[in-house]
Design a protein around this ligand. Structure first.
Ligand SMILES: [Zn+2]
Length: 297
């Protein structure tokens, strides 16, 4: 969960060079030149296996952020519009990083376009924005379906699934729900945020609504809120939609959606829940809304 790209590269290079130097040393000391060839092949193989992913991310982050992507963020991602110039630049880097690491594919006839790619990445970037040290735990494929689907992944009116995350497998999203999630209705529904919250929750191997990998301090207030919030949901006294009552994993995912989509309402109606998520995500989106409103005036 920790992000440490640059140090990671240097540690990996160091380990590789040590191994390479060791083989060369043995080759010289024992008078066995064929070990040089072995060292060369081993080094090349090691570089390919270990550095391919971090170097791809590193290269992606050095590229300027595409104007077409920026236009999509400006037009469709309310959260991005709340940020000042410095924070926008940081958000864009997280979008680039996600797009470099995750392979996004359209399935069942979906023509993948920049909007679908950028919106998927924007959902991921929102959840890590307040925690620069976080990184998404596992690299997964993202499969974009045209619309809602059923348990056997058939798209159509009988389907009621807008998104899904498999244990260690791909993230599935409905293109229609993805676009609608970022429309400006702030209805508390955003499938990208919902499924990415599941990914964060499942980083410790359990889909239990408790993202243990984030550390005790970050999750302690959330742990306190889970049970009373679940009771409020069951009694229809919560601002979260009923689906949160399915189980604790859905409680976390639905609460995450509401926290980012309707922060001021959550802060007013359920301040303790808001404070818990604020601590967990390292972010005060209600305040961001107010600051952004002042900037415009
Ligand atoms: Zn869910």
């Amino acid at each position: 969960m920790r992000r440490a790209l640059a140090p990671l590269i240097w540690v990996q290079i160091g380990v590789g060079l040590l191994g390479f130097a060791g083989l060369v040393y043995v080759g010289v000391a024992r008078g066995r030149p064929e070990l040089f060839a072995v060292a060369g092949i081993a080094l090349a193989g090691w570089i390919f296996v270990n550095l391919r992913r971090p170097l791809r991310v590193w290269r992606a982050l050095k590229r300027p952020f595409p104007e077409t992507y920026r236009a999509i963020l400006e037009r469709r991602v309310v959260f991005y519009g709340l940020l000042d110039a410095t924070e926008r630049a940081r958000f864009e880097k997280n979008v680039q990083r996600f797009l470099a690491e995750y392979r996004i594919q359209g399935v069942a006839g979906v023509e993948l376009d920049d909007t679908l790619r950028v919106l998927t990445a924007a959902g991921a970037a929102m959840l890590v924005h307040g925690r620069p040290e976080w990184d998404y735990p596992a690299v997964r494929d993202v499969l974009i379906y045209p619309d809602r689907f059923d348990d056997s992944y058939q798209v159509g009116k009988q389907g009621n699934v807008l998104g899904m995350v498999h244990g260690q497998g791909p993230i599935l999203l409905s293109a229609k729900a993805l676009r609608r999630g970022f429309s400006k209705e702030s209805d508390g529904m955003n499938v990208a945020l919902h499924e990415m919250a599941h990914v964060i929750d499942m980083a410790d191997g359990l889909a239990d609504g408790v993202p243990d990998d984030l550390g005790t301090n970050a999750i302690a207030p959330w742990l306190e809120q889970m049970r009373p919030e679940m009771q409020r949901v069951k009694k229809h006294r919560s601002m979260l939609r009923d689906y949160a009552g399915t189980n604790s994993a859905e409680l976390f995912a639905v609460a995450t959606e509401a926290f980012f989509e309707r922060p001021r309402r959550m802060r007013d109606k359920e301040p303790e829940l808001y404070a818990a998520l604020e601590q967990l995500y390292g972010l005060d989106p209600a305040r961001l809304c107010e600051d952004a409103a002042t900037r415009v005036l």
